[in-house]
Design a protein around this ligand. Sequence first.
Ligand code: C5J
Length: 221
Amino acid sequence: MAILQAQPFDFEIDKSAIALVMIDMQRDFIEPGGFGETLGNDVSLLRAIIPKSKELLNGFRKHNLPIIHTRECHKPDLSDLPDAKRDRGNPDLRIGDEGPMGRILVSGQDGADIIPELYPIEGEIVIDKPGKGAFYKTDLQDTLDKLSIKQIVFAGVTTEVCVQTSMREANDRGYDCVVATDATESYFPHFKSITIEMIIAQGGIVGWAADTSSIIEALDE
Ligand code: C5J
């Protein structure tokens, strides 16, 4: 077992049972003209984590450890999009509308795909999810079970929405989870920091937090 220096206390990494889940590093959230920007957000904040996310991916790739990428998106007929999700708020474009990168958050459209900088390589798993949580209406649990995964490092966007929701879902399912603090980001920096505080509070009630270098160092041990 390698020791990862994490908060709120050290985390024992089991390299035979750990996976990286990279949440929703999609063009729709990170590039201009996508879903994130239609909601009025500054997408440049999310772009800042691309280098660390790449380092983290490479750290897992180096050891041939499982990597799962998720994409928040809906079927082209929008049958998996609840009205409550489509109609919420006052965005310029709603999910399913035609935007500069194709239909917003619809599977198969350019905007719903992973950004080129972090594109999955052969052998990596991509899971499309209609919700904020990566377990809701997906086969993520089966996928992890087949790989005998017990520990998950979470990264991606946004910290307080899809990353946190997925991490909480994983925690309830019995996985030990670590959030990679510099490979996750929010459109609201204070939401990111408070989310990490919530995760590690009360003795790690949702899990652990560690930066990319510490995670890679522990994997390299
Ligand atoms: C959001 C996500 N923020 N991937 N999705 O709507 O966090």
